[in-house]
Design a protein around this ligand. Structure first.
Ligand SMILES: CC[C@H](C(=O)O)C(=O)SCCNC(=O)CCNC(=O)[C@H](O)C(C)(C)COP(=O)(O)OP(=O)(O)OC[C@H]1O[C@@H](n2cnc3c(N)ncnc32)[C@H](O)[C@@H]1OP(=O)(O)O
Ligand SMILES: [Co+2]
Length: 135
């Protein structure tokens, strides 16, 4: 069911500062900052030949990553995003297997404009998993 790793996400306290650090110290190819109010984050993509890292800063009072940063003030690894070919079929399969799909189970449009869902970290060895439909 899960396919390619689409991105690894890191929550950071200051996404501009983190992007400059990754660019100037690691020589990374970084995107411009994108605000995703519907997801409560501002993000920068760090592009690598075989995948992406998503640097994320909380946006707004109800950001879903605010508590994570309270627990980890310097930031930290936040989630892994896997690609799936059919997110509805994936959601049905995971629910049937007892995995918790976060939210009401309806996919939202992610940063790449594709439908995304999140799975509870407690069901996958303490790892938040995002699924992104890529046809
Ligand atoms: C979609 C746009 C973009 C893209 O790639 O396209 C993005 O990826 S946006 C990413 C931001 N959006 C989300 O992360 C949505 C899904 N996340 C959530 O709904 C929350 O973060 C949630 C429910 C996973 C955790 O929220 P919160 O920390 O406020 O809840 P709790 O304090 O109750 O935490 C419960 C329990 O889980 C542990 N936890 C929380 N976050 C993580 C994490 N990232 N990785 C591993 N574990 C996590 C937390 O420590 C609690 O554990 P406990 O032992 O009970 O203390
Ligand atoms: Co993501």
């Amino acid at each position: 069911m899960i396919g390619r790793i689409n991105h690894i996400a890191i929550a950071v306290p200051d996404v501009e500062k983190a992007a400059l650090h990754w660019r100037d110290v690691l020589g990374a190819d970084v995107s411009t900052v994108e605000s995703l109010p519907e997801h409560g984050v501002r993000i920068v993509f760090v592009n690598a030949p075989n995948g992406k890292v998503e640097l994320m800063e909380p946006l707004g009072e109800t950001s879903p990553i605010a508590m994570f940063l309270q627990r980890n003030p310097d930031g930290g690894m936040h989630h892994i995003c896997y690609e799936v070919s059919d997110i509805t079929a994936a959601c049905d399969h995971l629910t049937a297997k007892g995995a918790r799909v976060l939210g009401n189970g309806t996919p939202k449009k992610g940063a790449h404009g594709n439908p995304v869902l999140f799975l509870h970290p407690k069901d996958f060895n303490g790892t938040l998993i995002e699924l992104e439909e890529v046809r």
